[in-house]
Design a protein around this ligand. Structure first.
Ligand code: NDP
Length: 294
């Protein structure tokens, strides 16, 4: 990416290959117009990176996939629903991205490992994992069955552990990687109809922190995103099941609107790019101010 002779006088060792040191040195020797281009091309540049997004065939996952694609990453949409998957691929390819669909049922350990293997076979590497697949069962705690509990915990939490474990050796081989876990406001707040969901979202943030500590030595950064209320298939059902939810969300959210899946494009790029190389174990709210409203 960088030609060595341009850095003959650079005050650092190029062998360290720290992209930020390199970009700051380049900025110091360039014109303002070049600087703008340079920033876009380096600290947020995802060219030659491959991103694997669980449940990325719609909703927030697809919003993030579009951001990653726009920054130059190749995209693997890993999911169950092939029809939704094909339509996601069309959207991503319109952005000029290389994009492929792989079958994944996050409830099955073997499927998590196979999907990662399929992705690596297609693209030769894997640099970014977004643990996005999620579901919920909206019942009072006393009415939940053990099956309801396991469905939500396994889809939202165990899957993130299994997929992270599956990508780990590939990230180590690539010299590092980025893992992004999708949490929720339910990591901080609670609701009577979201017992396993809130438990799983608390868990996925702690999982991110634990993996961040364990894998920092491998140059793998692991962070969590905490979405506010976002208009997707998941919440369209909630609006029907929970009376007055729509109005409550508008009233409570300082931005006075529901989030849109595309609102997650920017944070995905930031957490997947060299720009966030010293950020790990963080949980970042993307919620229109919901979590800071008194
Ligand atoms: P969607 O329903 O659009 O997305 C959920 C995705 O998870 C779907 O693509 C779904 O695939 C996939 N999925 C579910 N079960 C499995 C499985 N067993 N194997 C593979 N994929 C599976 O909703 P959102 O975009 O809203 O949700 C994305 C993430 O964001 C979830 O983790 C959710 O908890 C989280 N979130 C959402 C919020 C919101 O307000 N919308 C707020 C906070 C967090 P399929 O189409 O095949 O069912």
């Amino acid at each position: 990416m960088f030609s060595n002779n341009r850095f003959a006088n650079a005050p650092f060792d190029l062998k360290v290959r720290d992209p930020l040191k390199i970009v700051f040195y380049r900025l110091s020797i360039q014109s303002p117009r070049d600087i703008e281009r340079e920033i876009a091309m380096t600290i947020f540049n995802l060219q030659e990176r491959v991103a694997f997004i669980t449940g990325g065939n719609g909703g927030i996952g697809l919003g993030m996939a579009k951001g990653l694609a726009a920054a130059g990453a190749s995209i693997v949409i890993a999911g169950r629903d092939k029809t939704k998957g094909q339509s996601a691929l069309s959207e991503l390819r319109l952005l000029g991205a290389q994009a492929e669909f792989v079958d994944l049922d996050v409830l099955k350990e073997a499927s998590c490992h196979q999907a990662v293997q399929d992705a690596v076979e297609r693209f030769g590497r894997l640099d970014i994992l977004v643990n996005n697949a999620g579901t919920t069962v909206r019942k009072q705690p006393e009415d939940l069955t053990a099956q309801d509990w396991h469905l939500v915990m396994d889809t939202n939490l165990t899957s993130a552990f299994l997929c992270s474990q599956a990508v780990y050796p590939h990230m180590v081989r690539a010299g590092g990687g980025k893992i992004i876990n999708i949490g929720s406001m339910m990591y901080v707040f609670a609701s009577s109809y979201a017992t396993p969901y809130a438990a799983s979202k608390g868990g996925i943030v702690q999982l991110a922190r634990s993996m961040a500590v364990a894998w920092a030595k491998d140059n793998i950064q692991v962070n969590a995103i905490l979405p506010g209320w976002v208009d997707t298939e998941l919440t369209r059902k909630a609006r029907v099941q929970v009376q007055g939810l729509h109005e409550k969300v508008l009233e409570r959210t300082p931005a006075q609107r529901w989030g849109d899946p595309n609102d997650f494009a920017g944070i995905a790029v930031f957490l997947a790019a060299p720009a966030s190389n010293f950020i790990t174990g963080a949980a970042i709210a993307v919620d229109g101010g919901y979590s800071v409203q008194a």
